[in-house]
Ligand binder design. Structure first.
Ligand code: ACO
Length: 317
């Protein structure tokens, strides 16, 4: 793992000066205290490169022989070329496949699951999976219902074959396309039917619907995944759900009867960083000495689409 967040901190008190809100309201409704904001000249690929460089530093690994790059982002520098292709060039990787994943906040876990499939099938050997976002660039800082939620950040993982230490145990991914209208980026309509969704490119959401979808998806899918894998909730050392909002996680854990003490959450100091919340939560878990070698972790991403991807892993690092 390697992560990166920009230096600039935007606190709830800063937001009080920008919109009609309060530190107390934001903490009570979301669990977020502050978030990081990229510099004007800092884009998603810049954050991604720095996350990979930190990964290289943390584990003294090389990425020169990486043969595929998967980048999950909802905020690419531009729709074309992909962020993944820019990483190939900027990291000096000689020859590899590259692909951006559009799966919103589920994208990092989706990427891990795809990487596992590509490696176990023998098609590829060493894959970089990156979640990187500059959500501040598509946030309307006059809209108090969304600007309090989002932040910028990136996380990277290296997935490679090791026949003696299997990390991936089981995974599941789901999609409820009918619910796409509840959370989207405006301004990118390509069909007549979508023109009503057109706008300035910012994130638009129906917060209550997103809340309900997130909770119901986790409550429905997690017991199924565990049962298919022959595991129970008691076998989990850590649950790492997408850190959108502490109340979503509390509501899901309450219904699943899962203890909040075993949850890793990154939004308190980074806000909702979409694809990056799960790697940022893992990094916090590592730095705080919570995650130990041999631990069993359940990562669960969910987001606009409405898409979801969960994976059960053994932490072999
Ligand atoms: N500060 C103060 N008051 C606010 C703010 C704010 N920032 N935003 C809204 N309000 C007001 C509303 O205007 C409303 O006032 P009214 O009663 O006078 O009309 C009141 O607070 C309640 O508004 P609700 O929208 O009902 O508030 P709710 O309790 O639903 O909380 C929130 C809003 C935090 C967005 C909640 O719906 C939520 O957590 N939704 C999930 C959305 C989410 O996390 N999205 C992230 C992206 S999606 C993803 O990552 C999967």
């Amino acid at each position: 793992m390697g992560t990166y967040v920009p230096d600039r901190i935007l606190s709830n008190h800063d937001l009080e000066k920008m919109v009609d809100t309060s530190d107390e309201w934001i903490i009570q409704r979301t669990g977020i205290k502050e978030r990081r904001i990229a510099a004007d000249d800092q884009f998603t690929s810049d954050l991604a490169v720095l996350a990979v460089k930190n990964l290289i530093k943390n584990y003294s690994v090389s990425v020169e022989d990486v043969d595929f790059i998967l980048v999950s982002t909802t905020t690419p520098d531009t729709p074309l070329p992909s962020v993944a292709s820019q990483l190939q060039h900027r990291l000096g990787i000689q020859s590899c496949g590259s692909l951006d994943i559009s799966a919103a906040c589920a994208g990092f876990v989706m990427g891990l699951n795809l990487a596992n499939g590509l490696v176990t099938s023998g098609l590829h050997r060493k894959i970089l999976v990156v979640g990187s976002e500059t959500l501040s660039k598509v946030t309307d800082f006059k809209d108090r219902t969304t600007c309090i939620l989002f932040g910028d950040g990136a996380g990277a993982a290296l997935v490679e074959r090791d026949d003696n230490h299997a990390s991936f145990i089981h995974s599941v991914s789901t999609t409820e396309g009918r619910a796409g209208v509840h959370l989207y980026r405006s301004g990118l309509a390509n069909t007549l039917e979508q023109t009503e969704l057109a706008g300035a490119g910012n994130i638009i959401q129906n917060g209550r619907e997103v809340f309900k979808l997130a909770v119901s998806t986790m409550v429905r899918e997690i017991p199924k995944l565990l049962e298919q894998a022959g595991f129970s909730q008691a076998d989990l050392d850590w649950f790492v759900p997408h850190s959108a909002n502490i109340r979503i996680i509390e509501a899901a854990c309450d219904r699943l009867k899962f203890p909040m003490e075993k949850v890793l959450f990154s939004a308190e100091y980074f806000g909702n960083t979409s694809s990056a919340t799960i790697p940022l939560a893992l990094q916090l878990g590592i730095e705080q000495g919570k995650i130990k070698t041999g631990d069993t972790l359940l990562l669960s991403g969910f987001g606009g689409g409405f898409v979801h991807s969960s994976t059960l892993i053994r932490w072999n690092i």
